[in-house]
Design a protein around this ligand. Structure first.
Ligand code: GLU
Length: 427
């Protein structure tokens, strides 16, 4: 999607370093809170960074060693929580930023977790099912000492899903010699997964869109939507938004993008992607370049793919009135300023994509209670949390006269700082 993503962290220009991007917003929000310099240091620094070697015997008999990370940013508010991604461009700075974003995200929606994130440097497209399983199991055992239902609870992220979580849960359970479902979320329903978890992030995107268009005085039928990404977040988000009455005019995947000004039939597009494994060649729309998506005429833009998509180079081309960040970190800090100056409202990642971790919280609660909820209960509790969190962020932003992003950081950091104050510094 972008060549930037393929660079190592050291080679990245500062604008594209996700940890620096997080730190810049952190400092701005901390200034608003008048946060003590020492507390800032504590809250900015990851509690723990673990790098592990993952030796795997490949299908051709060769031994390969993969590198994996787990970063625990902060556990003041509860066990660390956050996904595991499998991608060739995973690097420690990215995992550190993503772990910090999880701390703020859990705090924005007020679920009792801190933030963590993990990743393995690998290209899943080149790996067999057996190799993926070996990587997942060996990674699990390598980080075994620092995870657990009360310590750190992983989940799916980019290129990981239910089956990886099933392998993760099984490996952990074999080590602790009992079936322990609450060690990981995003599992298949049969293994203690929650109803509604697969759709939760996309559903959250749809729910914050509902609140976002109220601010603009628009109804769904009046909104054309451009979605970047067609996976768990973009694809499902687009489908649920279409159901609400929005017109989805463009969607993309890692290979290309399509455009149909009259509106796409998203269930049909997703069925095509499932069958062909890519969007390319979809017959009922015009093929366009991914970078053209950002400048398409629309009311809402949903970046739901990877980091660093809206940058200082292209933020002036965005035509949307509302940006809903389905991905983590799709907008750089430099681009924030341009969008803000242009009056474009951005619903920030730590609020917009928090539906996933919210239902992960429900899954963890259900596993620990051994009592499972109906899909209606899950969805209505998610809706209640997303709309009240949106209102809390909006109110904080208004009070401090900031963007929604800085409002969300102020709310999140303020809550973590308060817990830190109450707990004190153990010496
Ligand atoms: N990977 C997702 C995120 O970035 C979900 C994390 C979770 O459910 O723990 O929010």
């Amino acid at each position: 999607m972008t060549t930037v993503a393929a660079m190592s962290a050291e080679a990245l220009p500062a604008e594209f370093n996700p940890f620096l991007a997080m730190a810049e917003r952190f400092e701005t929000a901390s200034d608003h809170l008048g946060l003590d310099p020492g507390v800032r240091k504590v809250l900015k620094t990851p509690d723990r960074e673990l790098t592990v070697a993952i030796p795997v015997q490949m299908d051709d008999g060769r031994l390969e060693v993969f590198t994996g990370y787990r970063v625990q940013h902060n556990f003041s508010r509860g066990p660390c929580k956050g996904g595991i991604r499998f991608a060739p461009d995973v690097n420690l700075d990215e995992v550190k930023a993503l772990a910090a974003w999880m701390t703020w995200k859990c705090s924005v929606v007020d679920v009792p977790f801190g933030g963590g994130k993990g990743g393995v440097i690998c290209d899943p497209r080149t790996l067999s099912e057996a190799e993926l399983e070996k990587i997942t199991r060996r990674y699990t055992s390598a980080i075994m000492d620092i995870i657990g239902p009360d310590r750190d609870v992983p989940a799916p992220d980019v290129n990981t899903g239910e089956k990886h979580m099933a392998w993760f849960m099984d490996t952990y359970s074999m080590h602790v010699r009992r079936t322990c479902t609450a060690v990981v979320t995003g599992k298949p329903i049969q293994l203690g997964g929650s109803k509604g978890r697969t759709e939760a992030t996309g559903r959250g995107v749809m729910l914050v869109a509902r609140e976002g268009i109220k601010k603009l005085g628009l109804r769904p039928e009046q909104c054309r939507v451009v979605v970047q990404g067609s996976g768990n977040v973009g694809g499902i988000g687009a489908m649920l938004m279409q159901r609400e009455g929005y017109k989805i005019v463009s969607i993309s995947d890692m290979y290309g993008a399509i455009y149909e000004p009259k509106g796409l039939d998203i269930p049909e597009v997703l069925a095509y992607v499932r069958e062909k494994k890519r969007l390319t060649g979809y017959p009922k729309a015009q093929a366009i370049k991914q970078e053209e998506q950002l400048s398409l005429d629309c009311e809402i833009l949903v970046p739901a793919a990877t980091e660093n998509q809206i940058t200082s180079k292209n933020a002036d081309k965005v035509k949307a009135k509302l940006v809903i960040e389905g991905a983590n970190g799709p907008t750089t800090a430099a681009a924030d300023k341009i969008l803000e100056k242009r009056g474009i409202i951005v619903v920030p990642d730590i609020l917009a994509n928090a539906g996933g971790v919210t239902v992960s919280y429900f899954e963890w609660v259900q596993d620990r209670a051994g009592f499972f909820w109906t899909e209606e209960t899950v969805n209505s509790r998610l809706e209640q949390i997303m709309s009240s969190s949106f209102a809390a962020v909006d109110e904080t932003a208004k009070k401090h006269k900031t963007s929604l992003r800085i409002g969300a950081y102020i709310l999140a950091i303020g809550r973590v700082a308060e817990v830190y104050r109450l707990r004190g510094t153990y010496a």
